[in-house]
Design a protein around this ligand. Structure first.
Ligand code: AMP
Length: 311
């Protein structure tokens, strides 16, 4: 089977207390594609400018990602984002966003991208997400990510887009902002009432919590001694999770399958933050993923025995 993703394909300038890069490959669709490529065929959809060169394509192609639907706009500039993190890596400041070729982007999917049975609408303008969703009418599972910018500037459109997907992934603060509910449990319930069966609250270095089929499941983030750059962690989490789901079409897409998918999302996100940009995931191995998921299972398992409690 295969996964189609639409989202930003970018150059990022990132500064964290542990390193910086003035210009590196980034973007929500790129981070997602690299992570999902460990599970299934990925078709990436999005625009780039003349400045997007062979070296950037090669990072994606080296992982087998189908780049045929990357639309190169002559004379255009690739989306650019500049962000900075302080000591609290959960807290980031966007210093600059240049839309470039995204300003006039009209998604046109090839037959191969349209035929994917799983679709991920990474973080872009919700109207564009909806256009892509309509072109992939036959997808059996559609998930969506978004961000505070769209909650603030295009809330109604975002809610309309959310109504047409199966799964929403948002930071817990974004879930609260979107719904106006102070409790993320109530916020998740509200979003599920709009349509999606599954709501996942991403909680940065604290992990992720999932609400599905009236059930709850949470995993901590993998404990790392050193985190260098959290940029793209959410997209890699989505890539691991959605890639895993796409690769298991024969299994019922129920709460149990989703909990296993959460483990792969958590593992992929943990590798991503170990180095700047896509550097770590671009040279990740299958063995490393398998080992990290096994370790994650060990550290989250506990034995429950009867205990005598005092009244
Ligand atoms: P994440 O850390 O998961 O939120 O994703 C970070 C990626 O999102 C970076 O590589 C940026 O290029 C990209 N990004 C930042 N702002 C936007 C935006 N307004 N629209 C689309 N992508 C963005």
């Amino acid at each position: 089977m295969s996964v189609t993703v639409v989202g930003s394909i970018a150059f990022d300038a990132v500064t964290t207390p542990f390193g910086s890069r003035e210009r590196m490959l980034g973007g929500s669709a790129v981070h997602f594609s690299l992570a999902a490529s460990f599970f299934d065929t990925v078709h990436v959809v999005g625009p780039v400018g003349d400045d997007f060169g062979e070296a950037e394509y090669e990072v994606l192609r080296a992982r087998g990602v189908d780049t045929d639907d990357i639309e190169r706009v002559p004379g255009g500039q690739t989306f650019f984002w500049r962000g900075e993190y302080g000591w609290d890596l959960n807290d980031r400041t966007t210093l600059e966003t240049r839309l470039g070729v995204f300003a006039d982007f009209e998604p046109k999917l090839s037959p191969a991208s349209r035929a994917a049975d799983v679709l991920f609408l990474a973080n872009i303008q919700p109207d564009l997400q909806r256009e892509v969703r309509e072109q992939c009418a036959g997808a059996r599972f559609v998930a969506l990510d978004s961000m505070n910018l769209w909650i603030e500037t295009a809330r109604e459109s975002l809610i309309e887009t959310i109504a047409g997907v199966d799964c929403v992934l948002l930071n817990d603060a974004e879930l609260r902002q979107l719904t106006g509910e102070p409790s993320f449990v109530r916020a998740a319930r509200q979003v599920r009432e709009w349509g999606p069966r599954v709501v996942i609250a991403k909680q940065g270095e604290y992990g992720a919590a999932m609400f599905s089929d009236e059930r709850f499941f949470a995993l901590p983030a993998f404990p790392l001694e050193s985190v260098v750059d959290p940029t793209g962690a959410g997209d890699c989490f989505a890539g691991g999770l959605i890639g895993f789901l796409a690769a298991h079409p024969e299994e019922e897409l129920d709460h149990e399958l989703l909990t296993r998918a959460m483990a792969y999302g958590t593992a992929l996100a943990s590798f991503n933050v170990e180095e700047l940009g896509v550097e770590r995931v671009a040279r990740l191995t299958v063995e490393e993923i398998v080992e990290r998921v096994a370790e994650l299972q060990r550290i989250t398992h506990f034995v429950c025995k009867p205990v005598a409690l005092r009244a």
